[in-house]
Design a protein around this ligand. Structure first.
Ligand code: G3H
Ligand code: ZN
Length: 283
């Protein structure tokens, strides 16, 4: 069955590794991510954004994640990514999600605390884990569009108070990464990660994990990042394969002929991340 993130995140923080959240976009993503987990013996988190839920259908998302989790025998969480309101969070929990993110980062600080608290109360009552967010992560992810000049680093003291008041299970703070691929190298504010992580029980979540250099990832994990979200890199890897195959052969019409190799590319990308995050062998 699907499990809450509390099945592996406390251990990740204690032992100094991170569990990857890999976003699902279609069936092939689900298959690729779970195969990678099986080969690496790694816990994993399926991320489903509101956009992906609209695209795939809420019940398809849950059914695919459940079947994959059951067949693998791995600890797998199904997590709503960037949930925008209480109703959406409740709909996902009712449908079978084992974890949710409530992203109240665009609200004023006190309002974010108030709304997140409400989600935590409802989710914890049914054993569902919660991720909250503070600060604004730049870049584009589905419905979320934040211009670079509007991206703001989380204030560490506010982040600590946010956690103390909400008791979220995972704390996403904007520390300089962005959604999507980077134009340059991200300037990660390691001192913010370190200060917040030391003061709270929950692990820090790093959004926008795509295109971040390996050394930066390793350093962030050593300072308290216990969950890392990756989506764009899988999209880039799989789409490159599809583009090349279709360019090469105008007669290719069987979707299995290009989606199969695309799935393989996602699997290899995810395996690489699991090794980098140190979650391999931790299932
Ligand atoms: O919430 C999802 C992630 O933050 C994905 O970011 O597409 O840059 O890997 P990414
Ligand atoms: Zn994100």
């Amino acid at each position: 069955p699907l499990v809450s993130m509390n099945h592996f995140l406390p251990r990740a923080k204690a032992e100094g590794f991170a569990v990857g959240q890999f976003n699902m976009n279609n069936l092939e993503y689900v298959q690729a991510i779970i195969e990678a987990g099986k080969e690496e013996k790694s816990p994993l988190i399926f991320g489903a954004s509101e956009g992906a839920i609209r695209y795939m259908g809420l019940h398809n998302v849950v059914a695919l994640a459940r079947v994959a989790a059951e067949e693998s025998g791995l600890p797998v969480a199904l997590h709503l990514d960037h949930g925008s309101n209480f109703e959406m969070v409740m709909k996902c929990i009712q449908a079978g999600f084992s974890s949710v993110m409530f992203d109240g980062s665009h609200h004023p600080f006190e309002e974010n605390i108030r709304l997140t608290k409400k989600v935590v109360e409802a989710a914890h009552a049914v054993g569902v884990s919660v991720e909250g967010e503070l600060g604004t992560i730049g870049g584009v992810e589905d419905d979320l569009v934040v211009a670079d000049e509007d991206a703001t680093i989380a204030n560490p003291d506010e982040a600590i108070r946010f956690w103390e008041e909400t008791k979220v299970d995972a704390m996403a703070i904007a520390v300089g990464t962005a959604h999507g691929m980077y134009k340059g190298e991200p300037k990660i504010r390691y001192e913010v990660i370190e200060k917040v992580s030391k003061a709270i029980e929950a692990p820090i979540v790093l959004h926008g994990g795509s295109g971040v250099p390996d050394e930066s990832i390793t350093r962030a994990i050593s300072l308290g990042v216990g969950k890392i979200n990756v989506n764009t890199e899988n999209q880039v890897a799989s789409t490159a394969v599809i583009r090349q195959l279709l360019d090469q052969d105008e007669d290719m019409i069987d979707p299995r002929k290009y989606l199969g190799p695309a799935r393989e590319a996602i699997k290899e990308t995810v395996r690489g991340k699991m090794r980098l995050f140190g979650s391999s062998g931790k299932a």
